[in-house]
Every structure is written in structure tokens, then in C-alpha cells.
Design a protein around this ligand. Structure first.
Ligand SMILES: Cc1cc2nc3c(=O)[nH]c(=O)nc-3n(C[C@H](O)[C@H](O)[C@H](O)COP(=O)(O)O)c2cc1C
Length: 189
């Protein structure tokens, strides 16, 4: 067990996972952590899709790669540098959706909600000695030609739009935390 400041200060985006599955107990703990995340006015205008079917994650990964190659060459090159797998062989995928037309969408609060939930999952995963990466790219395959079919496969409900994703697995890498930009902090005392 790590204390919270230690978890925050040592978490990193994990981009390489082993084949060891995330256990159901770990998934349950991450789901519970996600549901503890605050939302503005406690409105909870989200759905949380949890995908642990490795074959399906691989299918989503491959579809994302096809779309990225066709639409975003610099990003494609970046992924190739990182091993050619946009979802890094992760064993679990959390897809955070926003309820369409919810009153919070106008002020962007629903995006903030999903971001907070993503980081909550990421920190909880790290606390459980799992790796994770918050990944906007999780949404990519659902916007392509196979999008409707893939949405059906992950049980994406009507009336919800993509917010952000989190990939989770047992880490097969380690990384130092990113540089801290203290120069961006403005104190008023
Ligand atoms: C909103 C958001 C979207 C991100 N999307 C991706 C992504 O699609 N793929 C990826 O590999 N990393 C993604 N990241 C991870 C960032 O690249 C990473 O957090 C950043 O480089 C800092 O590194 P660190 O998390 O290891 O400190 C995303 C992070 C955030 C906060």
C-alpha cells in the first residue's frame, strides 16, 4: 500500500503491459474508486464502460491503428516509436461516457467530470500496483466505419458520447515522473 502523496508523486503513464490479466477483484476496486470521483452538483451524468475482453481490446487497438495511420501521420509515427500498439497490450479498458444534453455540458463541466474520474482510476490503479494511462485515443475506433459495430460490442448505451479512456494492466515498464513546472505556479500571499 502507498500513501496518497506517494501515489500522486510516482504515478506515470504506463505504455507497456505484461500478459498477466487484471483480476476481477482489482477491477471491482477500480470501479468503486471511479464511482467515488466527484461530479459537479453530484449529477453523475456519466456511464462507465469496463472492457476486460482481451480479444476485443486487441480489435479496438487494431482499428484505432488503421484510423490513425489514415488520418494522422505524425501521431502514427509516434505510436510506431512506442511499439506500434496504441493500447499498449493493456488488459483492461475503462471508457468514460458523458450523457448527451446534460445541463453540465454547456459549461464544459461534464468534460471536467470525466477527467477527474479518469485520474481517480489512474491513481487507484497505481495504488494497486497496476499501471495505467489516461488515453484520449481510446475513443478513436468508435468514430470510424466500424464504430457502430464496436459500440455494440462494448454495450455503449444510446444517448451518451465519448469522454475519455483509461488503459490498465500489469506494468512491463517503469518511468520517472514528468518534470515539475514550478515556474507555472503563481503565488499570492
Ligand atoms: C486528457 C489526456 C489524454 C491523454 N491521451 C493519451 C493517449 O491517447 N495516448 C497516450 O499514450 N497517452 C495519453 N495521455 C498521457 C499523457 O501523454 C501523459 O500523461 C503525459 O505525457 C505526462 O506523462 P506522465 O503521465 O507519465 O506523467 C493523455 C493524458 C491526458 C491527461
Amino acid at each position: 500500500m502507498k500513501d496518497v502523496l506517494n501515489i500522486i508523486g510516482t504515478r506515470y503513464s504506463c505504455r507497456k503491459y505484461t500478459d498477466v490479466p487484471v483480476t476481477q477483484e482489482q477491477i471491482d476496486a477500480l470501479v468503486k474508486a471511479a464511482l467515488y470521483a466527484p461530479t459537479a452538483f453530484d449529477a453523475q451524468p456519466f456511464k462507465l464502460l469496463v472492457v476486460t475482453n482481451k480479444e476485443l481490446i486487441k480489435q479496438l487497438n487494431d482499428e484505432a491503428m488503421v484510423i490513425i495511420e489514415a488520418t494522422n501521420k505524425p501521431y502514427y509515427e509516434k505510436i510506431m516509436e512506442r511499439g506500434g500498439q496504441p493500447y499498449y497490450n493493456a488488459n483492461a479498458m475503462f471508457i468514460i461516457l458523458k450523457e448527451d444534453g446534460n445541463p453540465q455540458a454547456a459549461g464544459g463541466l461534464d468534460d471536467i467530470n470525466t477527467g477527474i474520474m479518469a485520474q481517480t482510476i489512474a491513481l487507484a490503479a497505481y495504488g494497486l500496483d497496476l499501471g495505467s494511462v489516461i488515453a484520449q485515443s481510446v475513443g478513436i475506433p468508435f468514430g470510424g466505419d466500424a464504430g457502430a459495430d464496436l459500440k455494440a460490442k462494448v454495450n455503449w448505451p444510446e444517448g451518451y458520447s465519448y469522454g475519455v479512456g483509461v488503459l490498465v494492466g500489469n506494468p512491463d515498464m517503469t518511468k520517472e515522473p514528468h518534470e515539475l513546472s514550478f515556474d507555472k505556479v503563481i503565488y499570492t500571499k
